[in-house]
Design a protein around this ligand. Sequence first.
Ligand code: SF4
Length: 112
Amino acid sequence: MRGPWEYEDPSCASVGGNFWFPERDAGSLGLTVINFQSEEAKIARNVCNSCTHKIECQQWGLKYENYGIWGGLTEGEREPIRVRLNIIVEEVGNANIAAGVGYSPHQSNTST
Ligand code: SF4
């Protein structure tokens, strides 16, 4: 399975930003949580909906990503699909974080 950084001209490459990982300060709890109801999340999902790689990216997210929006699906949306299809996450996204790569696949590939 190809990683999103290998996609030809993904829609997110021309947008950039952190829309796929919208964060919200949880204030008094001293935590930062991801807010999938935010305007940033809506932007990300709209971009994914116009992307020719949406299905492939959803498959990637289901198999490898615990966090963020992939192919327009949030973390919470991926989980019941995984349960239904018996998919276990292989956590490439976490490996990317450990390597300092972060989530640049959402914005880095411009193969044209
Ligand atoms: S996250 Fe995936 S589906 Fe969304 S725009 Fe990027 S490559 Fe396309």
